[in-house]
Design a protein around this ligand. Sequence first.
Ligand code: THU
Length: 135
Amino acid sequence: MTDKEKRELCLRALETMKNSYSPYSQFKVGAVLLCRDGMVYEGCNIENSAYSPTVCAERVAVFKAVSEGVKDFSAIAVAGGHDGHVTGQITPCGVCRQVLAEFAGGDLVVLAVKSCDGEYDEFTLGELLPHSFEL
Ligand code: THU
């Protein structure tokens, strides 16, 4: 993946973030999942008045892909901020890391968007979730 492609994925995560349904936290998150076949799946966080049904942006993107039969992922870009203002990077929560680890290896690229211009820090899933649970 080139730097330009990574930046484009990050810009798309910033756009996807705008679809966030987050009336309870006001924290908007967008995630864009790039699959090895070139398909791209977008997700935003979707909150609920009962709180626990809330789903993170990353899991929405992963579940959209898997539900369409796509399970080979190469990268995910994540952007988030209060009221959609990105003032620093966020990385996937622990639950989403484990969900990503269900389908991807430690080499999955995780792009953490850190500005509204699409600047990012780059991690691997292995760095973010060493020793993931496996049966
Ligand atoms: N959230 C995500 O969408 N992804 C993360 O990795 C962490 C948190 C959402 C859940 C909730 O709607 C809001 O951010 C505040 O926690």
